[in-house]
Design a binder for this molecule. Sequence first.
Ligand code: MF3
Ligand code: CO
Ligand code: CO
Length: 289
Amino acid sequence: MKIGRNDPCWCGSKKKYKACHIAFDEKINSYAQKGFPVPSHAILKTPAQLEGIRESGKINTAILYMVAEKIHAGMSTEEINTLVHEFTIAHNAIPATLNYKGYPKSVCTSINNEVCHGIPDANRILKNGDIINVDVTTIYNGYYADASRMFCIGEVSPEAKKLVDVTKECLELGLKAVKPWGFLGDIGAVIQAHAEKHGYSVVENIGGHGVGLSFHEEPYVCHIGKPNTGMLLVPGMVFTIEPMINAGTSEVYEDADNGWTIYTDDGSLSAQWEYTVAVTEDGAEILTR
Ligand code: MF3
Ligand code: CO
Ligand code: CO
C-alpha cells in the first residue's frame, strides 16, 4: 500500500509522511530501481528501539568485561557459562542463547580450531596457549545485543596472537566501511582483503545478521564481498559484524554429536570478534562497547 503524502509516516513519529520519511523512501526507491537489494521498513529501528538496543548492549559489554577479568588457565568453559548466566540474570537480563533453537547454554565458548558455537562443558579446561572466543548475546527489555571477543590464555604462540589481532583489525575495518548509502558488500570486501593479505581465509557461510528485536534478523552480513554490491545501507539498520577468520582453509564442519560446534576442516586455528552496529546519519555507532 502506498502511503499518502498527508498520511501518518510509517516510522511512528506521528508526523505527516510528506514531512517525515518521504524523501528518504524516494532515495531508497531510486536504488531499488537500479537493481540494488534495499532494506524493508520492518528492519529499520526507531530512535526508541535504538535506545533499547543500546541499553541491552551496555549490559552485554559489561558481561564481556567481567569475563575478561575472570578468565584464566585451569578454569572450565562451564565456569564461564555460570559467570555469564549469573551476571546476566543479576542485571535483569536474559541470556539469548539459552534454549535458542535448543542450544543448551548461556554463552558460546569456542577454543582454537573451533570456529563458533562451542558449548560450555565442565570437562573442557582452558590451558596455557589456548585462544578462545566468548560470544555473548543479551536480551534486555526485549531488545537483543550480540558481541564476542577473543581471549589469549597465558602465553600463546606468535601465530595465534597474530590471527587474533588481524581478526580484530578485520572487524574494525568492516566497521569503518559502514556508512549510510553505502553497501553491505563494502564491509565484506575490506574484511576479505585484510584477511587474505595475511594469508588467512574467511568463513563464508556463517556471518553477521540483523539484530535488535530478535536474535537473527535480515540482512545476512557476509564477510566476503565486493564493493558497491549487496544491500543498500541506510540509517536505522542494526546488524552484527562478526568475521570468522581461519589460519588455514575456509572450509568448516559441524559437530556430528552436539549439532552446534563448528570446526575448521583442517584443524587450523580460527578467531572471531563481533560487534552490534547501527547505521547512523553519518556513519556507524557501535552498540556493544
Ligand atoms: N551469538 C551467535 C551469533 O553471533 C549465535 C549463537 S546461537 C547459539 O550470531 F545458539 F549457538 F548460541
Ligand atoms: Co551474531
Ligand atoms: Co554472537
